[in-house]
Design a protein around this ligand. Structure first.
Ligand SMILES: C=C(O[C@H]1C=CC=C(C(=O)O)[C@@H]1O)C(=O)O
Length: 359
């Protein structure tokens, strides 16, 4: 099926108010869509079914939604262009001063908590509303695929839940034929064209915390974990520190066991996990819902391949506006105003496509 035909099918799902997800994996030049044939909200607790899962940050009080393979038409486009040409400049637009003050106050509270308790790291986030005049969010998906070849790009829709679009740099896990791969991705910098990124101790520590958490968690399910050296990962105009991890897993280890170990990592929550989560819930002042949750295809094909991505650099789409979600890791060395600026830079990942589609 060519791309225009796939997009026409998506248009029909929207017209008929039927759920779907369309996604393009990193460095792939085709996209896949699950077109659910009814409007039921299917949920999963076991992650044992083939399908596409869309899970919230807080799995204790909200449920993971699945588009079951057996209830969906699954289609793939033949080829898809990607240009990776940065056609849009970063623009430092005006964000309301009250939003800046509120985020800085939140970050300062986080730093204070870290200095005065056993909390080592907490990821604090905010939302930002941008007024739009979109025909449909498919335009956003398409532009994101053109702009970010190194991201998992998606557009997810359920008439009873909402619409989400994103381009995330972070893989939560990939399981294929008994091999599990994951990554520790954290720390953020921007760089002038061509100049190498210089990492400071703050970023090195916040990323090390993520690696250590994953290594310690996976030690309960494997004894042969291999880990790469830390390296720089580019995500649009941002750079992150990254470590790749890989191990074999016993046949009896199911996907739920692995998700329970890995989600949420300190790349999106903090350390210790429960303490950080409580701080987030009590202080962020909004519900993250699917931001910093995870999404992706489950148990696909003969190899039963599952690939889950962390829902970052994403937005929830409404009739006349979108809501952007951005956050950053706070440690004892954080400077509140720099953390604010980091979230502003992260919003650019989405604002670039909003500008292209002419909002
Ligand atoms: C929580 C986010 O990013 C995470 C992933 C990479 C780098 C991060 C950081 O530098 O703080 C975050 O841990 C976000 O983009 O909203």
């Amino acid at each position: 099926m060519n791309l225009a035909e796939v997009y026409a099918k998506i248009g029909a799902q929207l017209d008929n108010e039927l759920p779907f997800v369309i996604y393009r994996k990193k460095e792939e030049n085709s996209c896949t869509a699950f077109l659910q044939q009814d409007a039921t909200v299917y949920t999963t607790n076991s992650y044992s079914e083939a399908g596409f899962v869309f899970a919230p940050f807080d799995l204790e009080s909200e449920q993971a939604i699945v588009m079951p393979y057996t209830k969906s038409e699954v289609i793939t486009s033949a080829t898809m262009p990607f240009s990776d040409v940065d056609r849009v400049e970063n623009i430092a637009d005006k964000v309301a001063d009250c939003e800046k003050t509120a985020h800085i106050t939140l970050v300062e509270k986080g730093i204070h908590e870290i200095q005065n308790s056993s909390l080592e790291k907490v990821v604090l986030s905010r939302t930002e509303k941008v007024t739009t005049q979109l025909d449909d969010a498919l335009q956003l998906f398409h532009e994101l695929t053109l702009l970010y070849s190194n991201a998992f790009v998606y557009f997810w829709y359920h008439p009873q839940v909402g619409q989400w679009v994103g381009a995330t740099p972070e893989t939560l896990l990939k399981v294929e034929q008994g091999i599990l791969s994951t990554m520790a991705l954290a720390g953020t910098k921007t760089a002038e064209d061509g100049t190498p990124v210089i990492w400071g101790d703050k970023e090195k520590e916040e990323q090390r915390i993520v690696t250590d958490f994953i290594v310690s968690g996976l030690s309960h399910i494997t004894d042969n974990l291999k880990q790469s050296a830390v390296y720089t990962h580019q995500a649009g105009s941002l750079f992150h520190l990254r470590t790749d991890l890989e191990c074999t897993i016993a046949e009896k280890t199911n996907l739920k066991d692995i998700i329970t170990v890995l989600h949420p990592t300190p790349a999106v929550c903090g350390l210790p996990k429960e303490k950080a989560k409580s701080f987030i819930m009590a202080n962020e002042g909004y519900k993250r819902t699917f931001y910093t949750g995870f999404l992706g295809p489950l148990h696909m094909g003969a190899a039963q391949k599952s690939e889950l991505f962390v829902n970052l650099r994403c937005m929830e789409v409404f009739a006349a506006h979108v809501k952007l979600f951005v956050g950053g890791g706070i440690t004892k060395d954080s400077v509140a105003v720099s953390e604010w600026e980091e979230t502003v830079k992260k919003t650019e990942t989405m604002k670039k496509v909003l500008r292209i589609v002419g909002t």
